[in-house]
Structure formats: structure tokens, C-alpha cells
Design a protein around this ligand. Structure first.
Ligand SMILES: NC(=O)c1ccc[n+]([C@@H]2O[C@H](COP(=O)([O-])OP(=O)(O)OC[C@H]3O[C@@H](n4cnc5c(N)ncnc54)[C@H](O)[C@@H]3O)[C@@H](O)[C@H]2O)c1
Ligand SMILES: [Zn+2]
Length: 379
């Protein structure tokens, strides 16, 4: 079965990615003799859609007594971690316990942080069920929860023992969530993989139909990139920052709208367009490459509109971002498709202009795509 190895400071782990990988969940999650101390952590919603069927593949009684919690972003907090930890104590979970996180990024982050801290750390296995979780959050060891003051402010680097990424688990994912994950896949192509980027340009319509072969290929390719980057720079001291392409403005858009308007990937989509236009203006990215990034993002479909955000507010959110240093906003820019630079400062008027022009740039890209379709006789 196709497996990617991820190296981390606390040992390496495997990410098994293939349709049908779930069938191996039993052998991959249980250590001989202690399967009774496996605990499935999931959300009520995921459980209803696919969690129950997933847990049925895990030997022993674990799948019959899952610990379920709310996976809304607003419940990704310490209160939920405490409630889960108390249930683990009552269920007799000891240091040999294995926590199996079944769900999207919220479940993975909460379950991961619980695994990192419960009895100072128990074994963790991720079975991601969203596209974002398969290509991103389940790989790389970041776990954490939110505080009222901001997102992911309490957390730990805690690598899992194994990740089982089975694309067939995405069948029940709502389309908007699925599309949101595709933007993160575009990010991988733009920052590190020309071939992936080209594939996405050619096969976006197959991917939007969730064609299994195309989907399987882009998921494993994305995982390989994430594995390589975090293997080289686990703690985000350098190279790992390239994964934040689109995230500087993306996070600010999410925060400015109180996480109510955009799904994460959608905000990142706008962020990638803005960063590409800024890089173009600074002569750091060729015109053709900026054009291809914008066009590919636009080809995934419409995005929620960017609301008017007062300039001072946007500036203060950006300066307060975890990635800023002493109030200086540092950007991640593509140099060309597949190559990235990070830690770049940009003059404020340029940032403002890029944000202001977002709707127009998107319109142009969508109209351009329509014209091309008409030319090919598609409409
Ligand atoms: N740790 C990291 O490195 C990392 C990286 C990226 C994102 N994140 C975090 O991940 C979270 C976002 O994750 P997400 O995009 O996976 O969203 P999510 O976990 O909120 O899941 C999205 C929705 O889909 C539902 N769902 C999940 N799997 C499903 C399935 N197979 N069928 C039907 N419905 C399903 C969930 O119940 C939820 O309502 C954020 O909190 C973000 O901070 C963490
Ligand atoms: Zn992201």
C-alpha cells in the first residue's frame, strides 16, 4: 500500500494513502495485545456520516464506545479537551492507550492535543475524513485548540504513530468543504510542485467530480510535499513557512469576519490571489505565473465575497498574526510556480491595493475562463 514516511523529532511515522487503506486500520492502529485500550475520538456529525463505519474496522470494543464531541470551530477549545480527558479517565484509559482521531481538522486538532497531554502523552492515530485533514492537518504534528483571544493559541507538536488517509472517506463530504480542500491542494502545487500544478490545471473538472484516480493522485502528491517540508523543518523555523502561502491574508480575512463567512480554504484562496498579485507588482513573480495561479483558483468555483474591512483594522489583524515579527508582516510569495520565498515585507499601500482589487481580478479570471469555454464550443 502506498506509504509516505514523515520524519519528526520523536521518530518517524507512516502516512498510508490509498483508496481502501481503511481496510488496514485494524493492523495499523492496534499493537498486539492492547487493542482493548484503543479509544476512538470523533464528532457526532462525522460519526453519523462515516465514523461508525470507520470505527467498525478497528478491532475490539473501541468502535462501539466512541467518545464523541462537537466539531464546530467554536468547540475547539480547552473545555472540550477537559471533557474528553475526563471521559478517558472514567473509561480506564492508561498510558498504553491509543487515541484514534476520526474526522476533519477540528477533530484531529482536538484529539491530537488531548493525546499529547493526557497522562503526558498517549499514542495517536489519525484517520482524516476531510480533504483538508488528509492533505494537511493530519500530517505534520501540529495539534491545538483555540482561546477566546484567537485561533490555535494553545497547542503542541505531537506527531501521530500513523495516518490512514483513505480518499473514499471523502464521498460524504459536502461539496463546499471539498472545494475548500482543493484550494490547499492548489497551494502545494504553487509552492513546491509544478507537475502537480499542471495536473490541477488539466484535470480540475475531474477533481470537481471527485474522480477517484485523479483525487487519489493529488492527495498522495500533496501529502508527499507536506511530509518533505515538515520533515526538513518540523518547528517552522524556516522552510515550513512556505506552507503559509495565502495564509497571511487568509487568516486575516477569517478573523475579520469572525470565522463566519469563509471556510478556511476559501479565505486562503483569496490570500493566494492577493499574495500573487503583490509578488507580481514587486517584480518577484512572472506575469504568466501570477495569471496561472489566479486562473486555477478561479476554476474551483465562486468564493464568498470579500467584505469591506477598514484599512486600520486589517492592518492591526495582520500585525497581530502569529507569523508576524514585532508587528512586521512577513509574506510568503511564489517566485514562480513550484518555487517560493518567505519572510518578505511589502509596503502597506500595495497590500491595500491587492485586497481592494480582489473582486475585479476574480471577475476577470472567471470571464476569461468563460470566453475560453465559448471558443472551445462548450457553451
Ligand atoms: N494541525 C494542522 O496542521 C492544521 C492544518 C490545517 C487546518 N487545521 C485546522 O483544521 C480545522 C479545519 O479542518 P477541516 O477543514 O477538516 O474542517 P472540519 O473539521 O471543521 O470539518 C468540516 C465539516 O465537515 C464535516 N465532516 C468531516 N468529515 C466528513 C465526512 N467524511 N463526511 C461528511 N461530513 C464530514 C465535519 O463534521 C464538519 O462539519 C481548523 O480548525 C484548522 O485550524 C489544522
Ligand atoms: Zn491552511
Amino acid at each position: 500500500m502506498p506509504t509516505t514516511k514523515v520524519t519528526s523529532s520523536s521518530g518517524s511515522y507512516a502516512v498510508v494513502c490509498a483508496p481502501g487503506a481503511l481496510a488496514r486500520a485494524g493492523s495499523l492502529t492496534s499493537r498486539r495485545g492492547d487493542s482493548t485500550s484503543t479509544f476512538v475520538l470523533s464528532s457526532t456529525k462525522v460519526w453519523r456520516h462515516c465514523g461508525r463505519a470507520i470505527a467498525a474496522k478497528i478491532p475490539g470494543r473501541a468502535g462501539r464506545r466512541p467518545i464523541l464531541f462537537d466539531d464546530r470551530e467554536s468547540s475547539k477549545n480547552l473545555e472540550t479537551v477537559e471533557a474528553i480527558a475526563r471521559q478517558l479517565v472514567r473509561a480506564g484509559a492508561d498510558r498504553q492507550a491509543t487515541i484514534v482521531a476520526v474526522g476533519g481538522g477540528v477533530v484531529g486538532d482536538v484529539a491530537g492535543f488531548t493525546a499529547a497531554t493526557y497522562l503526558r502523552g498517549v499514542r495517536l492515530v489519525h484517520i482524516p475524513t476531510t480533504l483538508v485533514a488528509q492533505v494537511d492537518s493530519a500530517v505534520g504534528g501540529k495539534t491545538g485548540v483555540n482561546l477566546p483571544e484567537g485561533k490555535n493559541l494553545v497547542g503542541a507538536f505531537y506527531p501521530p504513530k500513523v495516518v490512514i488517509a483513505d480518499p473514499t472517506l471523502l464521498a460524504t463530504l459536502p461539496h463546499r468543504e471539498y472545494r475548500s480542500g482543493l484550494y490547499e491542494v492548489i497551494k502545494y502545487g504553487a509552492i513546491a510542485d509544478r507537475e502537480l500544478f499542471g495536473f490541477l490545471e488539466r484535470r480540475m473538472s475531474s477533481l470537481l467530480r471527485r474522480d477517484p484516480a485523479a483525487l487519489g493522485w493529488v492527495i498522495s502528491r500533496s501529502i508527499a510535499i507536506k511530509a518533505r517540508v515538515v520533515g526538513e523543518d518540523e518547528r517552522e523555523g524556516g522552510l515550513r513557512q512556505i506552507l503559509n502561502f495565502g495564509h497571511t491574508l487568509g487568516h486575516a480575512l477569517e478573523a475579520a469576519t469572525n470565522y463566519r463567512v469563509f471556510l478556511h480554504g476559501e479565505a486562503i484562496a483569496w490570500g493566494m490571489i492577493a499574495a500573487s498579485m503583490m509578488a507580481l507588482s514587486l517584480n518577484r513573480l512572472p506575469l504568466m505565473d501570477a495569471f496561472r495561479i489566479v486562473r486555477l483558483v478561479a476554476s474551483v468555483g465562486p468564493l464568498p465575497k470579500v467584505p469591506a474591512i477598514p484599512s486600520a483594522r486589517l492592518r492591526s489583524i495582520l500585525a497581530g498574526d502569529k507569523k508576524s515579527r514585532g508587528g512586521r508582516v512577513l509574506w510568503v510569495f511564489p517566485r514562480k510556480i513550484g518555487k517560493t520565498e518567505w519572510g518578505v515585507e511589502a509596503p502597506w499601500p500595495l497590500v491595500e491595493k491587492a485586497v481592494r482589487n480582489l473582486p475585479e481580478i476574480m471577475n476577470e479570471a472567471q470571464n476569461g475562463a468563460k470566453r475560453a469555454d465559448t471558443k472551445r464550443g462548450k457553451t
